[in-house]
Design a protein around this ligand. Structure first.
Ligand SMILES: C[S@@+](CC[C@H](N)C(=O)[O-])C[C@H]1O[C@@H](n2cnc3c(N)ncnc32)[C@H](O)[C@@H]1O
Length: 186
């Protein structure tokens, strides 16, 4: 929370509500990924990854399925912290001799400028504070995803012919309970 606030001040983004911070809870995030039905070799993305909690959970809990975890984060301090968490996860898993933990890659930048649809199989976005206009832009980007990709979001997406809602569940985030909505690209 403090890192996010400091980043917003130093980067001149104080007014941006879409960059407000809150994060996933480790144990509650496991069933959230399970409902995305991970398949062998899948690439998992968290677009707006904060300090990388969802990526670490995906790497540790779904190492038999997920081949790579990738996160995009605009705020520099958060992205740097996410990179440290990713490195620490790799070091601790190696020390504990846990094999096949997928690499976690952090991309510092704007999710609306990075081409995440090109290699994503599973996409999570905690889009609670994006607002209508950015949610529309996010949904438009999903037209580039290949058929069969699963998307989990915390705010319903506007209707599109390529989006089929298949599930929803209650999850717990750092700020409390929230509905998670699932779509498949058709
Ligand atoms: C609610 S937090 C969720 C963090 C993380 N996904 C989690 O669930 O633990 C949303 C994150 O998205 C980031 N974010 C918002 N808009 C973004 C954008 N345009 N590009 C990259 N990151 C963005 C924010 O800085 C924040 O870290």
């Amino acid at each position: 929370m403090n890192i996010s606030h400091e980043d917003k001040v130093s980067m001149g983004f104080e007014h941006r509500r879409d960059l407000c911070y809150g994060e996933a809870e480790f144990l509650h995030f496991v069933p959230l990924i399970e409902a995305m039905n991970p398949q062998k070799g899948d690439v998992f993305y968290d677009i707006g990854c904060g300090t990388a909690r969802p990526l670490v959970v995906a790497a540790l809990a779904y190492s038999n399925f997920i081949s790579k975890c990738k996160g995009v984060e605009l705020l520099e301090g958060l992205a740097d912290t996410a990179k440290k968490c990713a490195e620490r996860t790799a070091i601790l898993s190696a020390e504990a001799e846990i094999e096949n933990i997928p690499a976690i890659e952090i991309i510092k930048g704007d999710l609306f400028e990075y081409d995440w649809p090109k290699d994503a199989d599973l996409v999570f976005c905690a889009n609670v504070l994006l607002g209508d206009e950015l949610n529309e832009r996010l949904t438009d980007m999903m037209a580039q995803l290949r058929k069969g990709v699963r998307v989990a979001v915390l705010n319903a997406l506007p209707q599109r012919p390529y989006l089929k809602k298949y599930f929803q569940m209650i999850t717990r985030m750092s700020w409390g309970y929230h509905t998670c909505i699932y779509y498949e690209i058709v």
